[in-house]
Write a protein that binds this ligand. Sequence first.
Ligand SMILES: [Zn+2]
Length: 207
Amino acid sequence: VDPTLPIALERLARLLGRLPGVGERSAQRLAVHVLGQDQDYARALGEALNALHDSVGFCRQCYHLAEGELCRICQSPARDPRQLCVVEDVPDLMAIERSGEFRGLYHVLRGALSPLKGIGPRDLTLDDLLRRIDAEPPEEVILATSISVEGEATASYVLGLLRHKLADGKPIRVTRIASGVPQGSDLEYLDQATLGRALRARLPFQR
Ligand SMILES: [Zn+2]
């Protein structure tokens, strides 16, 4: 807390400082910047923040962000339901979308398995994933969880769940992004070309 700042400014800086990648110094700089703009901007910013939770929720099918029941990807007739890409979180989905390599549907797990953090299968959206796959089995499930201990554990767990699932009488093909993705990397920070290559070069996934 900086006692030299007006309280309203300090409060804004403190809130901005909780955003990822924003340190204390840039939070203060941003707060001063907002103050320097005309008041309409600050008002519009506040209203946009206010409206966020009222108008945006989670897609009931894939857990991407959605403005109604279904997200825009699940609603789109241009997407191919024969491919289902499983990701940990929304920013990973956004990264794959930016790569432009994928035209199928997604499923967002809302995390990864982590005994250390106390995150187990029940904390992820795995039940919904299985229900979905039973109702409309895709030909291929692409496991695009992060290339980390937790991401690998999650991918293995999902593979186990899918072992006996069939699509049109054939086992569902389960693949894993790999090539070109450095160990321990979060998908959202990969450049588009690397992520695109990793998707194209995906391999059958076995335990
Ligand atoms: Zn969706």
